[in-house]
Ligand binder design. Structure first.
Ligand SMILES: [Zn+2]
Length: 79
């Protein structure tokens, strides 16, 4: 005999999937609440707090990423 509690019958598929999906939605809600988005003072786009704005490339009023500028292509090779 088993010493731990054993279910008498197999749980139906709907019961199992319902439990699983409730768990998934709870986890997703928790993760969603953790993400803290703030509007950028420069472009008003929402970005992660304490991170560089991916839209304009500024952080605390300082240009960190050069977003608009194209990378200079090497046209001449010095020998
Ligand atoms: Zn911005």
């Amino acid at each position: 005999m088993a010493k731990h509690p054993v279910p008498k019958k197999k749980a139906p598929k709907s019961q199992t999937s319902g439990r699983f999906h409730t768990y998934v939605t709870n986890v997703q809600k928790k993760l969603k609440d953790r993400i803290h988005l703030v509007p950028c003072p420069n472009c008003k786009q929402k970005h992660l707090v304490h991170h560089v704005c991916p839209n304009c490339g500024k952080y605390r009023g300082r240009q960190v990423l050069n977003m608009g500028k194209e990378i200079d292509k090497i046209t001449k090779i010095k020998a």
